[in-house]
Design a protein around this ligand. Structure first.
Ligand SMILES: [Zn+2]
Ligand SMILES: [Zn+2]
Length: 248
């Protein structure tokens, strides 16, 4: 959320209900972004498009999604109906390397290596406060760091704890490599799987912090991140006048 833009990234199950629970109006959305065609990332996309278009009464907002979400592929999808795709003002098929802007934020599409071969991540550039990014579901690969060099805030989908690698996904060890390569001001771990939850995400965050020297936070539902001159993490704060706010 910012003064000029409200976007929802990867609306999985509960996105609508939890948005309302947090006091965020889905009718004020300007964009819905879906990184790939797995249900934990797309199930509420159509519902949020209904809200964004004010009950499908106006063509409003932007939908950004990978190819499989929009058109389907041999792996999966499509995950958003043509009926919903037609109701937005603009639909953008996100391909790695592509750049576009949403209001005053420049977006670069990053590469992800995942079981949806079209999966992408996103990097957001603000004029005043620099960059933040979201890796989406991906495994570590050579050059992944180049997509996130210079970001201040890096949100990583870290499904597995240290010592438990899983193809197509990131473990704590992979996150350490990416953070070492990119040195953000702060890292946030999200998309935590059962093994991660049982191990204790705070402990894993602390391990990353010790190894990399980068302040690392394990995401919790409802957590709010404020992104301005400083990067703050808290719960149910008032929205700041300057900068952006993100809810997990
Ligand atoms: Zn996935
Ligand atoms: Zn996922």
């Amino acid at each position: 959320m910012s003064e000029s833009l409200n976007l929802h990234l990867d609306p999985g199950p509960g996105a609508l209900v939890y948005s309302i629970y947090e006091g965020l109006s889905p009718q004020k959305l300007d964009a819905v972004l879906v990184s790939h065609c797995h249900p934990d990332h797309y199930t509420d996309a159509e519902v949020l498009i209904e809200a964004m278009t004010h009950g499908m009464t106006q063509r409003r907002g932007v939908l950004v999604a990978d190819k499989s979400v929009l058109s389907g592929s041999t792996a999966c999808g499509p995950s958003i109906s043509k009926y919903h795709q037609r109701m937005t003002e603009q639909t953008i098929e996100a391909v790695p390397g592509m750049k576009f802007h949403l209001s005053n934020i420049n977006v670069s599409v990053t590469e992800a290596k995942h079981t949806d071969p079209d999966a992408v991540g996103f990097r957001f550039t603000t004029s005043e406060f620099g960059d933040f990014a979201y890796t989406s579901d991906t495994e570590y690969f050579q050059d992944i760091g180049t997509y996130y060099e210079g970001v201040r805030l890096l949100m990583l989908c870290v499904m597995r704890p240290t010592g438990k690698p899983w193809k197509g996904h990131m473990s704590t060890d992979d996150a350490i490599r990416i953070i070492e390569e990119t040195h953000p001001e702060r890292a946030v771990l999200t998309h935590l799987g059962m093994q991660m939850l049982l191990r204790g995400p705070e402990k894993e965050a602390k391990l990353i912090e010790e190894r990399t020297g980068v302040v690392t936070t394990a995401g919790v539902d409802g957590m709010q991140i404020s992104f301005g001159k400083a990067i703050g993490v808290g719960f149910h704060n008032k929205r700041k006048k300057h900068g952006l706010d993100m809810f997990l």
